[in-house]
Design a protein around this ligand. Structure first.
Ligand code: 5GP
Length: 115
């Protein structure tokens, strides 16, 4: 069951964190990385992930890491709204294949929406 799977250190986001795979970085600190989605749902589609937490999803991430990620989600949502002037901004996060999750390293989507 994908909700309770073992964390795979070879998943694409783990490889991006290690520098083994490329990404377009928008923000990085000791704990959090944000980069553009390779298959964006809209212009500016951004992903935000914890760097130190080997967590598949919201259910297994430690609360401290989650709080740090959420602070960056808000920071970048504000920056994206200011820079790109979308009409709305969607923040989403999926847990398990049945919920639409395809990469099993916890991540948040920031998707600017334009009318
Ligand atoms: P999920 O459906 O798991 O919530 O979202 C995973 C996201 O990762 C998708 O929006 C997908 O486009 C994105 N993605 C998949 N592979 C890569 C990759 O190699 N690089 C980047 N930047 N994004 C990726």
């Amino acid at each position: 069951m994908s909700l309770t799977r073992t964390y795979d250190p070879q998943n694409i986001f783990a490889r991006i964190i290690r520098g083994d795979a490329p990404c377009y970085r928008l923000y990085e600190d000791e704990d959090v990385l944000a980069f553009l989605d390779l298959y964006p749902q809209s212009y500016g589609h951004t992903l935000v992930i914890p760097k130190r937490s080997a967590a598949c999803n919201l259910l297994d991430v430690d609360t401290d890491a989650l709080c740090r990620v959420m602070a960056v989600v808000q920071l970048l949502a504000r920056a994206i709204v200011e820079e790109l002037q979308p009409d709305g901004v969607q923040v989403s996060q999926f847990n398990g294949t049945a919920a639409g999750q395809t990469v099993f390293h916890i991540h948040f989507h920031i998707v600017p929406r334009y009318e």
